[in-house]
Unconditional design. Structure first.
Length: 237
C-alpha cells in the first residue's frame, strides 16, 4: 500500500486544524506497520482514511490487489454485543459471506478456539474478563474476511502481562493469514515486539520523524532483547 501526500484539515469552532499535510508512507504487503506518536497527532485519522471511513482532502491511498476489498478493524474496546454469546458475536460478521448457518458457526468456532476460548463460546461478554473479551474481538477481526487490518490501540487499556498474552494471540492468528496491517499504538515496546516496520511520528500536522525496520522473527522477540531495548531508547531521543 502506498499512501501519497495525504492532507486532512478539520474545522473546530471556526478554527482550522491541520491534522495531516502531505503525509506519505509505503507499507509492504503482508507486513505489520506500527504508528507511534503523541496523542492527537493524526494517527487515527490516517487509519480512518485508509479504511475509507474518512475522506482525505487531498492525496491518495493506492492498495495492492491483495489489500482491496473488506477491511477488518480491531479497536481499543472489544465492541461486543452484550446480549449475544461469544460464538454469535463472531458468527455475526460472517453473515454477508456464508449462507449456511452451520458453516458460519464452524468458521467462528475455529477462530474462537485459536485464541483459546473454545470452552467459553456459549458465554456472554459480561461473563468474561476484559482480556478474554479482547481475545474475542481479535478472533472476530480475523474471522471477518478483510483483506486489510487496521488496529487502533487494541491493547492499550490492559496491564502489561495481559497485553503481552494478547500480542501473542494476535500474532498466532496473523501468521496463519498474513494480512497487511496498520497498527496505532502509544507503546513503543509493544510496537517493536509486533511490527515489521515502526514509524515514529511528530505532533500535528503529522510527519514521519524516523522509520525503523525490525528484521528479527516476531515469535522470537522478547522485551529483554538488547537490540530492541536500544531501539526503544532511540525513540525517546
Amino acid at each position: 500500500m502506498i499512501i501519497s501526500n495525504i492532507s486532512k484539515t478539520y474545522s473546530v469552532e471556526g478554527q482550522k486544524i491541520d491534522v495531516l499535510k502531505d503525509f506519505s508512507l509505503t507499507i509492504p504487503s503482508g507486513t505489520i506497520t506500527a504508528l507511534v506518536g503523541p496523542s492527537g497527532c493524526g494517527k487515527t485519522t490516517l487509519l480512518n482514511i485508509v479504511g475509507n471511513i474518512v475522506e482525505a482532502d487531498s492525496g491518495s491511498v493506492v492498495k495492492s490487489e491483495s489489500e482491496e476489498g473488506p477491511v477488518s478493524y480491531l479497536f481499543q474496546e472489544p465492541r461486543l454485543l452484550p446480549w449475544f454469546s461469544v460464538l454469535t458475536n463472531v458468527e455475526l460478521v460472517l453473515r454477508p459471506f456464508y449462507e449456511s448457518h452451520k458453516q458460519r458457526l464452524d468458521v467462528a468456532m475455529k477462530f474462537i478456539k485459536m485464541v483459546g476460548l473454545g470452552e467459553y463460546a456459549k458465554l456472554k461478554p459480561e461473563q468474561l474478563s476484559g482480556g478474554m473479551r479482547q481475545r474475542v474481538a481479535i478472533a472476530r477481526s480475523f474471522a471477518y474476511p478483510g483483506h486489510l487490518m487496521l488496529l487502533d490501540e487494541p491493547f492499550q487499556s490492559l496491564d502489561y502481562s495481559l497485553r503481552w498474552q494478547l500480542v501473542h494471540s494476535f500474532l498466532n492468528l496473523w501468521y496463519n493469514d498474513k494480512r497487511t496491517t496498520l497498527y496505532v499504538t502509544h507503546d513503543i515496546q509493544e510496537a517493536l515486539l509486533m511490527a515489521d516496520q515502526v514509524v515514529k511520528l511528530s505532533k500535528r500536522p503529522m510527519k514521519i520523524v524516523a522509520t525503523h525496520q525490525i528484521e528479527s522473527h516476531k515469535r522470537t522477540r522478547k522485551p529483554s532483547d538488547e537490540k530492541l531495548i536500544a531501539l526503544q531508547a532511540a525513540f525517546y531521543n
